[in-house]
Design a protein around this ligand. Sequence first.
Ligand SMILES: [Zn+2]
Length: 180
Amino acid sequence: MLRQLQQEGIKAEDIQTIIITHGHLDHIGGLSRRGNPVFSNAEHLITAEEWNYWSERPETMESRTLAPLKDHITFVQSGCHICPGISVNHTPGHTEGHLTVSIESQGTRLLAASDPVTLSHPASYIAAELDLEKGMETRQSFLQQAYTQSVQIFACHYPFPGLGGVKKSEGQWSWVTLDN
Ligand SMILES: [Zn+2]
């Protein structure tokens, strides 16, 4: 990611705000290196639930990656507006303090789903989820909201660039890439 930023002419120290959707290593792995924050001037936003969960598990790689950020952390709550057009929502289940991010610009809204969108089996459980029941509930309501409001979705683990929307037919969700 640093290389991609560099190609855009952006240095790590230029980054001012980072939203940590949740503490899984594939989402935070690049935030610290050798005990120091990589984005040294950035305020790192996270829910208290997520921070506390990993702080109580110091033996985990997640905790060891997050710990160096402790002086750069700001807790956020559901509904918090980060800046005009960008807000976060608490979407627990995948992890206790999981956040989804809503980005609005020029009349278009994008929901950055992070991990809860898994359309192949939306009604089933995801093994990695901390609270399976809550995870399923969150996923269904997230998909329903995205569908009803016709918003675009960014799903991190979908094929690049992971942008699309959802469709529902006969109770089954399906993914529609942005080009369709
Ligand atoms: Zn995850």
